[in-house]
Unconditional design. Sequence first.
Length: 325
Amino acid sequence: MRLSHEATAPKSIDALESEIAAAAREISSTNNGADTLSSSVPDVSWDDIGGLERVKQSLIEMVVWPLEKPHVFRRMGVSPPLGMVLHGPPGTGKTMLAKATAKASGCNFLNLSASDLMKAEIGESEKAITRAFDTARALSPCMVFIDEFQSLFGNRSTAGQTTSRMISQLLMELDALKAVSNDNEVDTYIDQDIAAASAINSIATGRIFVLAATNCLSAIDPAFLQPGRFENVVYVGLPSESERAAILEIQRGKMPWSEDVELVKLVEETKGANAASLIALCQAAAIQAMQRIPLDAPIDDQYITMTDFVAALTKGNIDFQSPEQ
């Protein structure tokens, strides 16, 4: 698929965006029967994520800034990063962080799962990776997110043939992104209008950022962590006391908590809980309230009380982990 360059008059950015959208639709509809990949700008903001300020700032610097002020990066001689790994225990908010980053940057969000990439036929998994990056280029600026990265791209020393081929293919795609990025830097210095050239380059040739998430960093093939690939590695740990309070406060804003709910007490009782478990606790407390409140009770009397939270905690369905894990 190639965008037309026959028109003699310069094309506006709006026109380029229209062509890119059309190219993306064509890629999706002509992929020889392969699974259709879809993207969107997620409806998740930084405010939906409690705590993790250090991780948020890293994502802003690595993803949002290069899109907002690419001319500054070029002026300072800094190459924007192309990839990053978020690692840490499960349920700590890595997927939410990826979605919020895409929303903050205005990027399309391409979420790749094992079913998108792992194919039974020989050679089809590599083709699926190529199609995914073709789609990302057509939808640029775009964030490619790969969760459970270690399950797809583990260490080649212990991997089977299919996984080894997939690793090689993804490394080729990452290196291709780096080559395009370097070419754009050279072309931009030739152009006198650096800011305008940067804006056009970010759309026409594509600003693509690849974000991987894993629960086990050591299981990833080390080739991915070399410079120019996933050289930025950020740890997403279990929430601290203040972060647990922030997560619970966000849930309080979405649910009818009664005044007797003791936030400080809940924070103390949930040491070692990840973000997903804290949200699950609030949902479980809401179920307790629904079981307790008569169906015909006035809407103003329908609240989640501290008793409901205690009952939810007592059931023991919340995942608590050691902070050292």
